[in-house]
Design a protein around this ligand. Structure first.
Ligand SMILES: Cc1cc2nc3c(=O)[nH]c(=O)nc-3n(C[C@H](O)[C@H](O)[C@H](O)COP(=O)(O)OP(=O)(O)OC[C@H]3O[C@@H](n4cnc5c(N)ncnc54)[C@H](O)[C@@H]3O)c2cc1C
Length: 292
């Protein structure tokens, strides 16, 4: 018997923060790591795509063939490990982790409170904000390979850079041991709230998006370049370059993935022509184009 839930033809627009994209051929939601191990060993079929809360992916309109394994909504345990580290499963949301750590007087995770993803997604992206990044908090991770084999590795086994991590191959992160220094809970919570308020004041959070679309080029800001190229408010279909924060592309209603992708290319071209800078997307494009 399959532990967890398996659905056929699940719309991925429901599972991506941009609210666009086609369906997953098979969509699997494990409740626990054991569910996922059992599924991979006995019921796996076709290529596997790992998904967290879908807050940094553009799912194309033709959807994703094979199996999408969504680790959000399960794998949600947090505990103290045998060597005093904080052991967190990959489906725990970054927001929940940040609040939990602050309440427990553990410092360094406050920046995660503004990131609408899972710990697994933060590990895969080396998510960061306000000068903090995910991987400096990590002591070890557990990987689960597509054949169902679990493996623990130290953080030093990975090559970590700005919004990038290499070394996991086609495995997913299922658990991490975090080492956080002590802090004063009230001060940590005040910092966390201040950063949340700052985001609410400066980011266009009322419309679906993936946050910042492009990485900042060395020594500059993607938002500054996009704004200076006159692209704020530029629209293809219902996809729009935010007038508030130029590195956000918003879904203003019925945008399709192809509208967003076309706008991404247009922004890249305009910035390259005007400033000779190539903007590299931060979000990941998944799946296939719709064939009409
Ligand atoms: C409003 C808004 C604000 C944002 N602000 C920030 C910010 O300040 N800083 C920042 O860094 N990001 C930010 N983001 C982007 C996003 O929240 C982060 O990149 C987050 O870490 C993605 O987590 P996720 O669970 O949503 O991953 P997903 O979007 O589901 O997946 C992202 C990638 O990681 C892979 N992946 C997901 N889970 C796993 C896993 N367990 N094992 C292996 N691979 C996996 C997926 O295959 C995909 O390639 C923002 C997004 C939004 C919508």
């Amino acid at each position: 018997m399959i532990g967890g839930r398996l659905r056929l033809g699940e719309s991925l627009a429901r599972h991506s923060s941009w609210r666009v994209g086609g369906a997953a051929e098979r969509f699997y939601l494990p409740a626990t790591i054991e569910d996922l191990v059992g599924f991979l060993r006995n019921f796996s079929y076709g290529p596997i795509t790992w998904l967290g809360l879908g807050s940094n992916v553009l799912v194309r309109d033709g959807g994703i063939p094979g199996t999408v394994v969504c680790l959000a909504h399960g794998l949600d345990q947090m505990a103290t490990g045998e060597h005093g580290e904080l052991v967190v499963e990959a489906g725990v949301s970054a927001v929940k982790l940040a609040h939990f750590a602050a309440r427990a007087g553990l410092a360094g995770a406050e920046f995660l409170a503004g990131i609408p993803g899972t710990l697994g997604g933060c590990l895969a992206m080396n998510a960061g904000a306000h000068g903090g990044e995910t991987w400096p908090l990590v002591e070890w991770v557990e990987l689960l390979h597509p054949n169902g084999e679990l493996e623990r590795r130290p953080a030093a086994a990975f090559q970590v850079g700005y919004r990038s991590v290499r070394g996991q191959g086609d495995a997913c992160f299922v658990r991490a041991g975090l080492r956080l220094p002590s802090g004063e809970p009230e001060a940590l919570r005040a910092q966390l709230r201040a950063w949340q308020n700052q985001r609410a004041a400066t980011q266009p959070l009322a419309w679906p998006s993936c946050g910042s679309v492009f990485r900042n080029p060395p020594g500059d800001y993607a938002a500054r370049l996009i704004e200076a190229a006159g692209l704020k408010g530029r629209r293809i279909g219902d996809a729009e370059v935010s007038t508030q924060h130029a590195n956000f592309i918003l879904n203003r209603g019925q945008a399709r993935a192809r509208d967003i992708e076309a706008l991404v290319v247009e922004v890249q071209e305009a910035v390259r022509k005007r400033f000779d800078v190539v903007l590299r997307p931060e979000m990941r494009v998944l799946g296939e184009d719709f064939d009409d």
